[in-house]
Design a protein around this ligand. Structure first.
Ligand code: AMP
Length: 214
């Protein structure tokens, strides 16, 4: 099974489908956003440094995020993984190429496409659980069975601090500015697979299965 890099705007489904691959195919889910949120909740120096940036929808600097990712990647080498939230800049994509070359890691880049209006609606409806599951009160397919409670582990669902309209706008614009270059990069390398994030979960899962087994 191929390693995956997910490229997508906020709330397109990176977390949801990473979790699907983790539960069904034993993929390791490496989310740089989750790593940063963990640092914040542990109150580490790094967490304190990045909290405001994240709450306001900005990007953490490339060196900090790359260091964090390398540490996690080192721990799971040899297992299939999904990279969720990295790379977000062309510089990060170049760094990743070098890491993959160094460790002879093969991969595909999956681009989940969604327009701004749908992404905003999903962002405002998103709830997450600390076990990794994501829900969406604006999407009947992903509404929890009991309001505010995780179907899997029974914990209370949480709304992310940055899932508000102001922060979304910053994140979406940052995404638009950077993504074109990243998409071109993976297209040139012949590594890009595009999936419509609004095409329904059954179709998305079929497309994912095709992509990882190709
Ligand atoms: P996510 O959970 O992927 O939506 O990420 C949440 C926030 O974490 C982003 O809005 C950024 O502030 C920060 N972040 C996550 N991944 C990266 C990255 N690769 N580069 C810079 N900042 C990141």
């Amino acid at each position: 099974m191929k390693n995956i890099i997910f490229i997508a705007p906020p709330a397109a489904g990176k977390g949801t489908y990473s979790n699907y691959l983790k539960e069904n195919y034993n993929y390791e889910h490496l989310s740089t956003g989750d790593m940063l949120r963990e640092e914040i909740s542990l109150g580490t120096d790094l967490g304190l440094k990045v909290k405001n940036i994240i709450d306001n929808g900005g990007l953490v600097d490339d060196d900090t995020i790359t260091e964090l990712l390398k540490n996690k990647l080192n721990k799971i080498l040899g297992k299939p993984f999904v990279l969720d939230g990295f790379p977000r800049t062309l510089n990060q994509a170049d760094t990743l190429d070098n890491i993959f070359k160094e460790f002879s890691i093969d991969y595909i880049a999956i681009y989940l496409t969604i327009n701004e209006e749908d992404a905003l609606k999903r962002t405002l409806g998103r709830l997450t659980c600390k076990c990794g599951r994501s829900y969406n009160i604006n999407n009947p397919e992903f509404t929890p069975k009991v309001e505010g409670i995780c179907d899997s582990c029974g914990e209370k669902l949480i709304k992310r601090n940055d899932d508000n309209e102001t922060s979304f706008k910053v994140r979406f614009n940052t995404y638009l500015d950077n993504t074109k270059h990243i998409i071109d990069h993976y297209e040139k390398l012949n590594k890009l697979v595009q999936i419509d994030a609004m095409s329904g979960s059954d179709n998305i899962i079929d497309e994912l299965k095709k992509a990882i087994n190709d």
